[in-house]
Design a protein. Structure first.
Length: 353
């Protein structure tokens, strides 16, 4: 991956990467204080004494691992030794104060935050290789085991918070390095909020429970959503659930290399609209997943991105009826030459507990 970035750079250019996400991506190492410097020919990782031993034992993608005692001396001395006339920063991830600090440290070098480095990195990260697939699938299997477990945990004696905490605990106990994001577990009327926060509300008979959660394995995220019912469900609830499921299945059938993101989104959106729920599906159909939970590409009504083999995307249509209930079903998988390799194996037919 570092080699791919090297190939994007010209003589006299260097990339200075400071964000934890991109450092993790390029080095498979996490620290709260690290600097990755990449030129056309060489790459360097600088970190302080807290991380230097671990970095030296872990990082295989960089030519040199250097101890950072002082940003002002060590980073500046390295840049000065490289015959660099322009250094590029991550424009979307660099604060104004940090940008100004780098300019101050390197007054004789052009410091650019024009977005070129972001474009290079996005182009590299947007497609995944088999090794990345494997990590994402392992993260997904952890989440799926948590889903299987939670089905026997849910009852009318439990609250939304308790369900979310149980999902979290199970994933962390069973192989997750961390959680992909703050777990969503919302029920009844609360399930009409796509990103509702788990509350002390107890589960009631007739509730839909929407659970959106994921695990991290070796820096890579998973993401899934399932909506289940407790007790009796109404005809309307069944109709909405089946509409969302049909929209998801039809959208998945549209996915393959060469498909346009907005066209995939339209398949699901048209089905939901045909049932009279156009105003109840306000978010995009899906997003990329990798070392971050939300990456490119985006499946939404405006994206003109043409899907490529190796893109990882979620497919997560929903219908949210304020004051009543909501339904979302989310799978995640890889775009292939002829279709979609679904990484999500959990049951999608309506489960009534």
């Amino acid at each position: 991956m570092v080699e791919q970035l090297k190939s994007c750079l010209k003589n006299g250019e260097a990339a200075l990467i400071m964000s934890e996400e991109n450092i993790s991506y390029f080095t498979s190492f996490h620290s709260s204080n690290g600097y990755l410097v990449v030129t056309k020919d060489k790459s360097f990782f600088l970190t302080d004494s807290r991380y230097i031993e671990a970095a030296g034992n872990t990082i295989k993608s960089c030519d040199e691992i250097l101890l950072l005692k002082s940003l002002q001396s060590d980073l500046v001395n390295l840049i000065d030794s490289l015959d660099i006339n322009e250094i590029m920063l991550e424009s979307e991830r660099t604060t104004v104060s940090r940008y100004n600090k780098i300019k101050e440290l390197l007054p004789d070098i052009t410091v650019s935050a024009a977005g070129d480095l972001d474009n290079y990195i996005d182009e590299i990260r947007i497609t995944k290789n088999k090794k990345e697939f494997s990590k994402i699938i392992k993260a997904q299997r952890i989440a799926e085991r948590a889903f299987d477990h939670i089905l026997s945990f849910i009852s009318t004696e439990k609250t939304e918070k308790e369900i979310a905490l149980e999902l979290d605990y199970f994933m962390l106990k069973n192989g997750a390095d961390a959680l992909s994001f703050e777990t969503i577990s919302v029920s009844g009327k609360n399930s009409s909020m796509p990103h509702g926060v788990p509350s002390d509300k107890k589960i009631e008979n007739g509730d839909f429970i929407t659970m959106d959660f994921g695990a991290i394995f070796d820096f890579y995220h998973s993401d899934m959503t399932r909506t289940v019912a407790v007790g009796e469900v109404s005809t309307k609830q069944i109709e909405v659930y089946e509409t969302v499921l049909t929209a998801q299945l039809e959208a998945i059938a549209k996915i393959k290399a060469g498909a346009v993101c907005r066209d995939v989104d339209k398949v699901a959106r048209d089905i939901i609209t045909s049932k009279g729920y156009s105003e109840c599906f306000g978010h995009g159909l899906g997003h990329g997943v990798g070392v971050e939970i939300h990456e490119s590409p985006s499946l939404n009504p405006t994206s003109s991105y043409v899907l490529k083999t190796g893109n990882i995307v979620t497919v997560e249509p929903g219908i949210y009826i304020p004051g009543e209930f909501g339904v979302r079903i989310e799978d995640m998988g890889a775009v292939t030459e002829n279709g979609f390799e679904n990484f999500t194996l959990s049951e999608k037919k309506l489960i009534v507990l």
